[in-house]
Design a protein around this ligand. Sequence first.
Ligand SMILES: Nc1nc2c(c(=O)[nH]1)N[C@H]1C(S)=C(S)[C@@H](COP(=O)(O)OP(=O)(O)OC[C@H]3O[C@@H](n4cnc5c(=O)[nH]c(N)nc54)[C@H](O)[C@@H]3O)O[C@H]1N2
Ligand SMILES: Nc1nc2c(c(=O)[nH]1)N[C@H]1C(S)=C(S)[C@@H](COP(=O)(O)OP(=O)(O)OC[C@H]3O[C@@H](n4cnc5c(=O)[nH]c(N)nc54)[C@H](O)[C@@H]3O)O[C@H]1N2
Ligand SMILES: [Mo]
Length: 605
Amino acid sequence: MEEIAAAAERIRDEHGAAALGAWTGEAIGFQQQEAYARRFIHAFGSPNYFSAESVCFASRYIAHCLVHGYYNARPDFENAKTIVFWGANPDHSHPPYAWAIQRARKRGARVIVVDPRRTAAAKKADLFVQLPPGVDAALAWGLARRFIETGAYDTGFVESYTLGFPAFAAYARRFTSERVERETGVPAERQDHMARLMMEGQPRVANYTGISLEHQPNALNTVRVIACLTALCGAVDRRGGDAWPLPPPIRDLSLYEALPLDHLHPIGRNRFPALYEFRKQCHGISAMDHMLGKREHPLRGLILTGANPVLTNPDAAKVSRALGSLDLFVVRDLFLTQTAKHAHYVLPAASFLERSELHHHAHRQLMGITTKILDFPGVTDEYTFWRDLAHRLGRCADYFPWKDEEEVNRWLLAPSGVSPGELRARPEGHTYAPRKYRKYETRPFPTPSGKFEFVSRYLKDPGHSELPEYVPPPARPHADGDWPLVLITGGRYPLYYHSRFRNIKRLRRSAPRPTVDIHPRDAAALEVTDGDAVRVKTRSGSIDLEVHVEEEGDLLPGFIHIGHGWDEANVNLLTDDLGLDPVTGYPNMKIIPAKMGKTGAYIKR
Ligand SMILES: Nc1nc2c(c(=O)[nH]1)N[C@H]1C(S)=C(S)[C@@H](COP(=O)(O)OP(=O)(O)OC[C@H]3O[C@@H](n4cnc5c(=O)[nH]c(N)nc54)[C@H](O)[C@@H]3O)O[C@H]1N2
Ligand SMILES: Nc1nc2c(c(=O)[nH]1)N[C@H]1C(S)=C(S)[C@@H](COP(=O)(O)OP(=O)(O)OC[C@H]3O[C@@H](n4cnc5c(=O)[nH]c(N)nc54)[C@H](O)[C@@H]3O)O[C@H]1N2
Ligand SMILES: [Mo]
């Protein structure tokens, strides 16, 4: 710890405090564990805090905030009549959602799944709408047109509470059934069927957009138009619809107000201001260029915890080069990951069983606390680590006055009036506020206009489209082109979590080796079958893995799919950091021009 503190001070002396960054991953969550890292790096004097939010969740959040100013992690499935999953597979990714939906279906709710792959969720759906990646916005605009033309939308809400509806309606008119069919391949009758199920559910329609809609170049606008569709359904902040939870009444550990560092050029803020303004996140993808000295304001040191960006960030070869070039790289993990191999110091991190932390379930407005049940010598929890480091760095110590996590929890909970002990006595959770719906009836929307915004001045002023416009996908399959196939990445495995758990033998049996999923027609054309060794190539790189031929109908022809998180076939060697969403800086991980062939064939070329 002394060496790490000394190296951090050297970086501060030579390049300024902003040349040190902190990075947290999905393994430590989005609540107090990540807040320690934010607090530390600000106390040190650097605004450069990065997390998995450069590739997950924040773009969805920003889209919702631009439209209505709130964010709902999950709609009210339990009370919905029609549930729509856009680019999500809850049966693998969120079992609790899948259970909620199962209960809703028993009550008669109907489920629509929109996906290029016939997933576990799609197989159970009342309607499966199969389409190529990147065209959801066209489908959503076509549905909006139907609602508007037939007058089946919530006119009272639109008249009283919204901004820009005439422009929205005029743009929607362009999305005729024929045009939507041309763009998406979804026949007009299926579009009608989808619209009918949504209209029948009104206003109890739960639209859920998954990670796939974020991993593409027109990500923000795709989620925006779907949020607008929710308004047409009359489901805004309604039981059974997009019901907005209230946050828990706890203190904020971050120092953005007490110690603003905006003047120190947070990385990525000039390119993607929304990410910093809405989430106080620096752009992890841009960070690589700052490590490699390709941009002003160098990043020379990084402390990373609970993340494995070499396997999870786009352009893995560049990520490795960038991390390998640092003067100080500290990784806290439970395993020696591909990322940790680049580190100067690898520290054993405490797992969730070795921490005591607050949790909240926003949808149910419940709070709870976990209890530390294990203690290994030499393993420190996140709080103790950041505190110890801060106490070796002079002034930083002032910001970490609490002895341990239990003291932090007590401080965090003070405004709520409950103590850690009281929370512990209620393992089922403590309701921190009763649910309220249609909050906009008594106070303005927290948007610039105070209204629900079909059009956004915030986006228009710097030159983006004010409407959530449809932009065709960056790639489609071309049988005769250089890149005949389109690669989709990252469909979730039920028993792996990103790069985690493949080292647990019992879980490994569920999916022992990485595969590339392919349509039977394409497999036949390439003369490959199950288990054949192939090489998949994109403009960024190539990986070798095994073929898995899908059943007819499980995947659209021309598309291949590879999961992420494999050491031995890192699909992020095939993704890149180009073609980012222009507002949020989100990467394209779902629509990548590709080709493949038997390993021998490509080696010869
Ligand atoms: N077991 C397990 N659970 C997890 C995770 C894990 O790694 N393992 N990761 C967690 C995390 S951090 C996240 S973000 C969530 C993600 O959870 P989800 O949002 O449910 O994501 P996926 O399960 O990948 O399902 C996304 C689906 O979108 C489809 N798709 C791809 N492109 C498009 C497109 O353009 N349009 C449409 N409509 N569909 C498209 C894919 O084929 C895929 O079936 O899962 C969480 N839960
Ligand atoms: N191609 C492609 N890439 C993707 C995606 C995709 O769909 N396609 N999905 C993206 C998404 S949505 C996300 S959220 C990111 C996730 O990206 P990451 O956050 O990098 O995800 P993980 O691979 O789960 O890395 C978590 C690391 O933390 C370690 N760990 C586990 N428990 C703890 C703990 O308690 N404390 C600490 N300190 N460490 C712990 C694990 O061993 C693991 O090495 O991946 C993204 N990458
Ligand atoms: Mo994620």
